[in-house]
Design a protein around this ligand. Structure first.
Ligand code: SAH
Length: 232
C-alpha cells in the first residue's frame, strides 16, 4: 500500500481513456462475481434500487434492470454514459440536476436506469435517496487511495437500513504495479467500513491472467465482500 498511497489519477486522465478507447476494465459480459453472489444481495427481494458508483458502461446495470430492479449510476465521463445507452439500443433523456450545477442526469426512457454525469464526490443521498443494493466493481479499486475515507463516508451515507453492499476488490503486491486498479487489502476494508458495517467475505479467488504478467505482477486475488449496516 505504501507505494500506492500517494498516487493520484486526475479525472481528465479517465476522460482521456474513454476518448481513446483505453477501457480495458470494461467487461462485455455480466460480471461473474455479481452472478455468483446476486442471491446473497437480493435475499429474495424484488424491485431493489441499486447504486453503481463509478459505473462506466457496465453491462451489469442492464442485467439488473432487466430483472426488474432499478439502477442509479455515477460516472464522470459523458462519453461512457452515452455509449452505455447506445450499446444497448436504449433511448434516453438528458436533464440538468439542480443539486449538481456541473452535472447532468441521463435517464433511460423506461425510467429504470438513471446515470448521473458528475464526480462521485459531488453526489449525495439528497440527489437520489438511499439504496437497497450496491455493486462496487472497478470503483473502490479505481479511486485514488488518498480519497478512500471520503469515498467510504459517501457510500455509507447512500446505504438504506436494509442495504446489501457487494464489494469486489483486488489483492496483489503493490510494490510491483502502480495501479489503477489499486490493491485493497481486507484490513483496508475493515478500516474503512468495519465500524459501521458487518463485513463478510463471500469469495476469494485466484484471478491472475496473462495481462497481469505485463503489469509485472506475480499473483492477483479477487475478493468479494458483503457489507451490511450493523444496526440491523
Ligand atoms: N465500474 C465500471 C468502471 C470502472 S473504471 C466497470 O466495472 O466497468 C472507473 C470509472 O470511474 C471510469 O469510467 C472513470 O471515468 C470513472 N471515474 C473516475 N473517477 C471518478 C469520479 N471521481 N467520479 C465519477 N466517476 C469517476
Amino acid at each position: 500500500m505504501s507505494v500506492q498511497k500517494d498516487r493520484v489519477m486526475a479525472v481528465s486522465e479517465w476522460e482521456e481513456r474513454w476518448q481513446t478507447g483505453r477501457i480495458g476494465f470494461h467487461n462485455f459480459h455480466v460480471h461473474k462475481m455479481l452472478q455468483k453472489c446476486i442471491d446473497r444481495v437480493l435475499c429474495g427481494r424484488s424491485g431493489v434500487r441499486f447504486f453503481f458508483p463509478l459505473c462506466g458502461k457496465a453491462v451489469d446495470m442492464k442485467w439488473l434492470a432487466d430483472m426488474g430492479h432499478s439502477v442509479v449510476g455515477v460516472e464522470i465521463s459523458e462519453m461512457a454514459i452515452k455509449q452505455f445507452f447506445e450499446d444497448h439500443n436504449m433511448t434516453y433523456t438528458e436533464e440538468t440536476v439542480p443539486a449538481i450545477p456541473e452535472g447532468k442526469l441521463f435517464k433511460s426512457s423506461d425510467g429504470k436506469i438513471s446515470l448521473y454525469q458528475c464526480s462521485l464526490y459531488d453526489f449525495s443521498s439528497s440527489v437520489a435517496g438511499q439504496f437497497g443494493g450496491i455493486w462496487d466493481r472497478g470503483s473502490l479499486v479505481a479511486i485514488n487511495p488518498c480519497d478512500r475515507e471520503r469515498y467510504a463516508s459517501i457510500l455509507l451515507s447512500l446505504m438504506d437500513k436494509d442495504c446489501r453492499y457487494l464489494l469486489d476488490t483486488l489483492l496483489y503486491n503493490p510494490e510491483l504495479f502502480g495501479g489503477p486498479p489499486f490493491a485493497v487489502s481486507d484490513e483496508d476494508i475493515r478500516t474503512l467500513f468495519g465500524s459501521a458495517c458487518e463485513v463478510q467475505l463471500l469469495v476469494s479467488q485466484d484471478a491472475f491472467e496473462e495481462k497481469h504478467k505485463t503489469w509485472g505482477l506475480d499473483y492477483l486475488t479477487e475478493k468479494v465482500h458483503l457489507l451490511t449496516l450493523k444496526s440491523n
